[in-house]
Design a protein around this ligand. Structure first.
Ligand SMILES: *Cc1c(COP(=O)(O)O)cnc(C)c1O
Length: 247
């Protein structure tokens, strides 16, 4: 009995902690949007990688609808366990083509599309996955490498590769071009990096007016991302706390 009571106290404490962290992050998003003079509210994607499915349950009870994950094995297990909650799952990590078949089963959006071979693998997997029939086409965001010294093939498309990749996504059945995503490079003011991302987003919208998403901003730089027009922020640490080393 005492052990059960202690466990339930732990669960309550965790729930309270998530609730207050979430409140703080929602206030920051709101304040940042207001400071930027924006009438719209950026969407919050809570990044739960390395945290247990129970945390995702609490977050859903607290009104979170969008979950970000970056490892297929972990994400697919959580999505299967929590299927009844009706959450939207965003895949935000580097994705190997041999994981495409698994990811298309549960993901509603892939933020890390950065090369033609991945577009082809996702299109093929989406077309042959029975559970995708009747669902919306899989939203794909072109991940942009904002490091000015970036070399090709290091996670994220180079700015000059964006339009070609966008056309490929837009012309693939079962996929939908949704926008752009980026992580601010280390060692540079994130405001400057996110300004370049905004330019990339504008370029993309010139050819594809429906590709409205700008996925940018993490715990450390959500304010700068929102000032630069982010429509979706991806927040892990400031909601869930530090990531445990093992699950
Ligand atoms: C882990 C991760 C996040 C969340 O980062 P925090 O600093 O914990 O908020 C956002 N985006 C990507 C691509 C990530 O891998």
């Amino acid at each position: 009995m005492a052990e059960r009571a202690a466990q339930s106290n732990d669960r309550n404490a965790r729930r309270e902690q998530l609730a207050s962290n979430l409140d703080r992050v929602r206030t920051r998003i709101h304040d940042a949007a207001r400071a930027a003079g924006r009438a719209d509210q950026p969407e919050l994607i809570v990044v739960t990688k390395f945290h247990p499915a129970d945390d995702v349950r609490f977050l859903a009870e607290l009104g979170v609808t969008d979950i970000g994950e970056s490892r297929d094995q972990e994400a697919s297990a959580k999505a299967a366990e929590l299927g009844e909650l009706g959450l939207s799952w965003h895949f935000i990590g580097q994705l190997q083509t041999n994981k495409a078949k698994s990811v298309v089963r549960y993901a509603d959006a892939i933020h890390s599309v950065d090369r033609p071979s991945l577009v082809a693998a996702l299109a093929k997997a989406a077309a042959s996955e029975p559970s995708r029939a009747g669902r919306l086409p899989l939203a794909c965001l072109v991940q942009v490498n904002l490091d000015p010294l970036a070399e090709p093939g290091r996670g994220g498309a180079l700015p000059r590769e964006i339009l070609g990749l966008a056309d490929l996504i837009a012309s693939s059945e079962g996929l939908r071009l949704a926008g752009v995503m980026a992580v601010a490079p280390l060692g540079e003011d994130p405001s400057r990096a996110f300004a370049r991302l905004a330019d990339c987003a504008a370029l993309l919208r010139g050819d594809h007016p429906d590709a409205m998403m700008i996925s940018a901003g993490m715990s450390q730089d959500l304010e700068q991302a929102i000032a630069a027009g982010a429509t979706h922020v991806r927040i892990g640490t400031d909601v869930l706390g530090p990531r445990p080393r093992v699950l």
